[in-house]
Design a protein around this ligand. Sequence first.
Ligand code: PGA
Length: 254
Amino acid sequence: MDKERKLIIAGNWKMNKTVAESLDLASGLVRELKDVKEVDIAICPPFTALSEVSKAVIDSNIRLGAQNMSQNGYGAHTGEIAAGMLKEFSTKYVILGHSERREYQRESDELIAAKAKAAHEAGLKPIVCVGEQLEEREAGKTEDIVGTQVRGSLAGLTTEEMLGTVIAYEPVWAIGTGKTATAGQAQEVHAFIRNLLAELFDADTAKAVRIQYGGSVKPDNARELMSQPDVDGALVGGASLDVRNFSELIKNSI
Ligand code: PGA
């Protein structure tokens, strides 16, 4: 597939996999995906598996991501993980503001913006998630909600930092439900986000930033979604937990 921006497909393992299971999955993916050059591939295991998985992917084309981090540096923050700690395992990406964290941990746009800034300061590339709830879509508020999240969660980033940030558009109603947004629905919101980036930063930046789609992406719908002009990759939950599914999904996207 001829894309304007290189696709980036990331697996969000969420709160799944023991260390042994993580190693199995990571080493299976290294084997299956070793010849893929057309896509930037990342896997985001739970914190407990980062150390071992980092060793399994070290010489491969698979990069490591984390699922969250603190906005604070080292210090008295019981139960938190600092960006510097993630860097110890050659982590490249960090998912921020996933809808599950926005909902269950009450993460605000302001907090996510502080985390994104801290990620960049530590040399990590954030994957900043945005997306509307079903009621918001049905009430015709998708652009309002997504627009507010984009403005708020990226507030304070320099142009250079924005260029090193990935946005993941994940309609909440499509996450883990088997209900994928149609390729047309995804494209519409992605184009809206890109136009907003042009307004907030500039046209060149907007053109360069990669916007992933997330929400029930599977091997059989990946190609159609990825063929949309403003869809530059995927953030994958359920289908990233299995070697065959995730590698097929990636190969089908090329
Ligand atoms: P899903 O999750 O692919 O299982 O819908 C996507 C996500 O939450 O990132």
